[in-house]
Design a binder for this molecule. Structure first.
Ligand SMILES: Cc1ncc(COP(=O)(O)O)c(C=O)c1O
Length: 458
């Protein structure tokens, strides 16, 4: 029986949530075009849509907001953040951005040209789209184990080194302006990447003179997985492990909305001075001046505190155990989940849950809709709605290998009874799952369609 770890905090402020009736939920989701992004948040009971920007800030972060310096240039808040970023990440330069995708956009706009390629273990949706938006190719080279939900592997987010080597030889390093690695690997189940893999990926990129950028959103969770699972790291601090991770890279994109425990913010960090100057020019054009990048001074202070709290080992132990608790409870009930549990989320394998629904009818999305109707739970599809695309060479639709429903757990927000409720809702759906049908898309934009697409049940 999995043990739920007691929360290493107590609750000082509460936000009421309400479960509206099933009839009201049916109406609400229909009105939203069967897209969970279209729901009013107040019509959601347990919101597992994302762990991004949805966490609870600590009393130290709220206090930090009060000392925020709102000077346009050179604020104390910026310098406090710069000190923390330098302590944890160790890069020579960074620019604050309003969130992670803004950092990706700047990186792509200064380095990437049409038809070039950017390899990673798995690009997340915004990175994938930022690359495609420049008519370039995002390439996913994660190890094969990542595609088998049942295979247990301690570092299922690892890059396949042979695939990376072959890809670079075939494509030519001159057509790869930078390479990436996402830690933890969100689109592949929130799975960690080992230090050994990070080192070897770095070596391959460096041998080929390809700048190496880490998508660092969940670097702290990845750091704790390394401490728990990789030999030689058990006695090292998470800060020390983080510093080693980033010493292997040339830069990082960061959404602070995850492991920096804030509701908004991010940054782009790098060692190269010329790149910093180019990034700075782009930042000033689109985001804001070098020392605030589209954020308020108080946000920079909250990020500085949150980055350090994110590495707290007692918190990380609770965090990873909370996710594992939900995963094991669902597994005990026979729900097919991706194992082992990821850091920030549990991923349900919708292909196995609904074998009767083909990928062209969006099985994972169908499960998201059922979870809302049955229990007011909001989740997100990470499958064909998010990642299927037309191959420009053949005109055929290419489907992703995994059809997942992600139950992302906001940081320091939900308790054990909320998670037990989620498990109960799954049990209810299981009883009638063979009769559930898929959906068809009635409207979708070309890029990032999952945010605004509309559907009809079949
Ligand atoms: C791995 C990964 N990269 C990048 C992003 C984009 O960050 P943001 O939502 O702050 O733009 C996300 C957001 O969920 C993510 O999970």
């Amino acid at each position: 029986m999995p043990i739920h770890p007691p929360e290493p905090f107590r609750i000082k402020m509460v936000e009421p949530i309400e479960l509206i009736t099933k009839e009201e939920r049916r109406e609400a989701i229909k009105h939203a075009g069967y897209n969970l992004f279209g729901l009013k948040a107040e019509d959601v009971f347990i919101d597992l849509l994302t762990d991004s920007g949805t966490g609870a800030m600590s009393q130290e972060q709220w206090s930090a907001l009060m000392v925020g310096d709102e000077s346009y240039a050179g604020s104390r808040s910026y310098h406090r953040l710069a000190e923390t970023v330098s302590k944890i990440f160790g890069f020579n330069h960074f620019v604050p951005t309003h969130q992670g995708r803004a950092a990706e956009n700047i990186l792509c706009s200064i380095l990437l040209k049409e038809k070039q390629s950017v390899p990673s273990n798995t690009h997340f949706d915004t990175t994938d789209a930022n690359i495609r938006a420049r008519k370039a190719n995002p390439v996913n080279l994660v190890i094969d184990e990542a595609y088998d939900p049942g295979v247990k592997h301690p570092f299922k987010g690892n890059m396949d080194l042979e695939k990376l080597d072959n890809f670079i030889s075939q494509t030519g390093a001159e057509n790869i302006p930078f390479g990436m690695l996402t830690i933890t690997n969100n689109a592949g189940g929130g799975q960690p990447v080992s230090m050994e893999n990070i080192r070897l990926v770095s070596k391959i990129y460096r041998d080929n003179k390809i700048p190496f950028f880490i998508d660092a959103c969940r670097y702290a969770e990845n750091t704790y997985f390394i401490k728990l699972r990789e030999s030689g790291f058990e006695d090292r601090s998470t800060l020390d492990i983080a510093r080693e991770i980033f010493s292997h890279a040339d830069g990082a994109t960061m959404s602070a909305k995850k492991d920096a425990h804030v509701n908004i913010g991010g940054f782009l960090a790098m060692n190269d001075h010329q790149l910093y100057q180019n990034a700075g020019n782009e930042l000033i054009l689109r985001e804001g001046f070098l020392t605030y990048g589209g954020l308020a001074g108080r946000d920079l202070d909250a990020i500085a505190v949150g980055l350090q709290e994110g590495l707290d080992e007692k918190y990380l132990s609770y965090r990873l155990n909370q996710t594992a608790y939900l995963a094991e409870k669902l597994f005990e009930k026979g729900i097919p989940i991706l194992r082992p549990a990821g850091g920030h989320a549990v991923y349900v394998d919708a292909k196995s849950f609904f074998p009767q629904i083909p990928q062209s009818e969006y099985p994972a999305h169908a499960l998201c809709v059922e979870l809302y109707i049955e229990g007011g739970i909001r989740t997100i599809e990470i499958g064909s709605v998010m990642f299927a695309h037309i191959d420009p060479a053949t005109g055929e639709t290419v489907y992703p290998q995994l059809e997942l429903v992600r139950l992302a757990i906001p940081r320091r927000v939900y308790t054990q009874s909320h998670l037990d409720y989620v498990v109960d809702v799954f049990s209810k759906i299981t009883g009638r799952k063979d009769n559930i049908k898929g959906l068809k898309i009635t409207y979708a934009p070309e890029l990032l369609r999952h945010f605004t697409a509309r559907f009809e049940p079949l």
